[in-house]
Structures are given as C-alpha cells and as structure tokens.
Design a protein around this ligand. Structure first.
Ligand code: PMM
Length: 290
C-alpha cells in the first residue's frame, strides 16, 4: 500500500503535503455545485495536481454546519466514477467519508488514504476496515453530525480537550488493529468549534503533535476566516488567509494541509521554506507533487 509522503522539497526535503479538495456535492459551503459533473470534477482534480497537490481528497457528502446526512448509495454514485477515473490517470486519491462501505469501495478502486471527519465514530465498521486494509487514515476530532455540531462547541480548554479526545480515538483504533504509523490526526477546525477555538488550536498545534502522530489541518475558506473580511465577501477571498495559515502551520511542524487553492498554498509553503533556508527553492516542475 502506497504511503502518502511529504512533497519532495529542493531546499529542505520536508514540506507539508498539500491535499487538494474536490467536493462532488451540490451543497458544500465554499465550492458546492462547482464540480458536480464528472468532467468538471476530473478536470478540477487534474488542475489541482498540476498546481502542486500531492493527493486529491474526494468527498460526496457535505459536512457544512447544519447539513443533513446523505444516503450511502447517493454518496457512492457521486464519488465512485470520479475516483475510478482519477486512479486510472495515476492521481493519488483520498476518500473523504464517514461510511465504511464507501471507504471500502474507494480502497478497492485504489484510493491511498481514508479521510474520516468522524474519526471512526460515525460508522463502527470503520476501524476494522482500516486495520484490515492497512490504509492511511485521517482521524479528525468530531463531536457529532453537522446538523447539531455547533451546540457541542463547549470546552474547558479546547486544545487539551481535543488532544484528550483524539487520544481516546487512537487507543480505540489501535485496539481494533490499526497500525499507529497509519494514523494522521486532525483537530477538525470548525467542527463543533467557534472561531476562538479554531485560533487556539492553530496557535497551539505543537501540543497535538506531542501525541506522536502526523497532523493535518483543514482551515481552507472556513467561516472563521470570513470574519477577517468585509461582510458578504465571497469565500474565495479567504484564500490568502488560508495560505498564510498553511505557512504558519508548516512552521509548527504539520504533516499536511487540506486546501481548495493549491497554487496559493504552494506559493506560501515555498515562501516559508525559502525563508527558513535563506535561499530560493529550485524551480519546481509542476505536476510532480508526489
Ligand atoms: N473539513 C471539511 C471536510 N473534510 N476533512 C479533514 N480531515 N479536515 C477538515 O477540516 C475537513 C475535512 C469541510 O470543508 P469543505 O466543505 O471545504 O470540504
């Protein structure tokens, strides 16, 4: 099973991976409806890889606050043709799903990573599937489905509480047989988190890293970044703040960033890298992100 590695960096050899977002949904909060057709979805994924993405995260169910659940058949009818085509084109694919049967189908088709925003809580069959397949697994911090997650945003110390809850998830996964080195942690920005919680988690990412696993963050275009902008600004205007967060998260040692704007994020990461190295990165052949 392929291991999703950090991008090759000409300067340090150690740049976070960029996970490019492909939502094949009519209702995701920032790009819902844009890549609904098969051709648009595949074209967009190919464009993200050319812009420097290491892996494409394909999702068929929206998790925006307030979203209702989707049935599994509908989810699979959205993602399966796209995953099949991307794998045929040698594009590394991650499946963004809470459903073990969708994850299993994606693994059979050749996906290299399962990104589960529920960290194995939504579908009790997920840990066993991950253990048996040996696939890489993103365990996001989660306190419940989107329809009511905002009311669960209550913490004593959000960083300590998220860290502890992730620790329980890791323990359960390891008991189910998941190899520790397959586990990637994600604090779940915006999932049962206020803007204040998100900023606390970002500023103290190193505390999550002390759990000894790779860390992925997904800040891209989220609501808390909209608060930095004039009211009514389009979600795309959140890309500069997203790219800045990617560079700062790289400085905090994250393994990966999940973003919509891959080109802007790559520029920010290369800036971070050149800053630390004191020299310019070598020219990069775009499309060689893996
Ligand atoms: N956020 C969304 C969806 N999937 N997966 C991970 N691992 N982390 C996230 O923060 C995350 C996710 C919601 O954002 P989207 O609608 O733009 O995909």
């Amino acid at each position: 099973m392929a291991h999703v590695r950090r991008s090759h960096s000409a300067v340090t050899g150690d740049m976070p991976i960029i996970m490019g977002i492909l939502n094949v949904t009519p209702d995701s909060f920032s790009d819902g409806g844009l890549y609904n057709t098969f051709d648009d979805a595949v074209d967009h994924a190919v464009h993200l890889i050319a812009a420097g993405a290491t892996v494409i995260d394909v999702g068929g169910e929206s998790t925006r606050p307030g979203a209702e659940r989707l049935d599994v058949e509908m989810e699979q009818s959205r993602v399966v043709p796209v995953i099949r085509e991307l794998v045929a084109r040698d594009v590394p694919v991650s499946i963004d799903t809470m459903n073990a049967s969708t994850a299993a189908t994606a693994i059979d088709l050749g996906a290299v990573l399962v990104n589960d925003v529920s960290g194995g809580l939504a579908d009790r069959d997920m840990p066993r599937l991950i253990a048996e397949s040996g696939i890489e697994y993103v365990v996001m911090h989660w306190r419940g489905h989107s329809a009511n997650m905002d009311s669960a945003a209550v913490y004593t110390d959000v960083v300590r509480d998220v860290r502890n809850e992730l620790k329980y998830r890791i323990a359960e996964l390891i008991i189910a047989g998941v190899r520790p080195d397959r586990i990637i942690l994600d604090p779940g920005l915006g999932f049962a988190k206020t803007a204040h919680h998100n900023w606390q988690l970002l500023g103290r990412l190193r505390e999550l890293e002390t759990l000894g696993h790779r860390v992925l963050i997904g800040a891209s275009r989220k609501r808390f970044l909209g608060e930095l902008l004039p009211e009514g600004a389009p979600t795309r205007d959140r890309d500069p703040a997203t790219a800045t967060i990617s560079a700062l998260a790289a400085e905090s040692g994250v393994w990966g960033v999940r973003v919509h704007d891959v080109a802007g994020t790559l520029a920010a990461l290369e800036t971070w890298e050149a800053w630390n190295a004191g020299r310019a990165p070598a020219p990069r052949a775009l499309g060689s992100g893996t």
